[in-house]
Design a protein around this ligand. Structure first.
Ligand code: HH2
Length: 259
């Protein structure tokens, strides 16, 4: 199990927008997350929160590239982007993972770019786009549908020439899902392991926690830890979190007990 620390170089991310917009601040934050126990840093220049405004690729690239360059070599660097041009710039600056929340659907160049550069690729489930995804999400069986979607995207990525062993899958907690959908996915995470690829999970500070206890975004660490530990126990391979030190301690203690 590895921890992926979040570095948002954005003005509008839902929990830390504007805090690390300056490249030096973002790099210093990434370095702290590595000291806290992050093996992977996920660097993003565009918010995916519900209703977020899309960012032009030049702007996103300008935000992300210097931060990737400043953190490359200090951890495995992942770039959180759906745009091939941004992915190329980040890979050239040292990123070795592309985390695409659209699972290669937003930019048709993304698959070939990832294949050509031999990077790891995170394929995430999201119905529609961040602009529309929370408009009345409905599923028959949410786990079955997310699993079928991820199986199809996995097949597509391999068809695009990405090596299967480079692909990680993510059910997209909070992306086009109600509270019940998120809980069902976390409860039955084990079923997604049947796809045979590592699972990445991001519950950190998300609004499903607030829907359970009314907490505001800055006050969801307990819920983040509870959901992350249970996800790890269900077989999650990568936990994407903002608060790495606390998650690292929780995982260490949970592991010591279970072993
Ligand atoms: N969640 C967010 C962003 N990217 N990528 C993956 N693979 N899985 C996730 O669950 C995931 C993700 C949302 O969190 P954050 O980056 O903090 O917010 P924002 O999108 O507003 O920048």
């Amino acid at each position: 199990m590895r921890l992926m620390g979040v570095v948002n170089v954005t003005p509008d991310s839902f929990s830390d927008g504007g805090r690390y917009l300056d490249a030096d601040a973002a790099i210093a934050h990434g370095e702290k997350l590595v000291r806290d126990g992050a093996e992977i840093l996920d660097i993003g220049g565009e918010s995916t929160r519900p209703g977020a405004e899309p960012v032009e690729w030049e702007e996103e690239m300008d935000r992300v590239e210097p931060v990737v360059a400043g953190l490359a070599g200090k951890a495995t660097v992942s770039v959180d982007t759906s745009k091939a041009a941004v992915a190329i710039a980040a890979i050239e600056a040292g990123a070795s993972v592309v985390n695409d929340v659209t699972a290669l659907r937003a930019d048709l160049e993304m698959g070939p770019v990832c294949a050509e550069h031999g990077v790891d690729v995170v394929l995430m489930h999201m119905p529609g786009s961040p602009q529309t995804m929370q408009e009345d999400p409905r599923y028959g069986d949410v786990v079955g549908e997310v699993k079928a979607f991820l199986a199809e995207r996995l097949e597509f990525a391999v068809w695009m020439g990405i090596a299967e062993e480079k692909i990680w899958l993510d059910p997209g907690i909070g992306f086009g899902k109600t509270l019940e959908h998120n809980l069902e996915l976390l409860r039955r995470l084990g079923e997604l392991r049947e796809l045979g690829r590592p699972l990445a999970i991001g519950t950190s500070r998300k609004s499903f926690i607030g829907r359970i206890d009314g907490s505001e975004v800055g006050d969801r660490l307990g819920g983040t830890i509870a959901s992350s530990v249970l996800a790890a126990a269900e077989g999650a391979d990568v936990l994407r979190v903002h608060d790495v030190a606390e998650a690292a301690q929780a995982i260490r203690v949970a592991k010591a007990i279970l072993e």
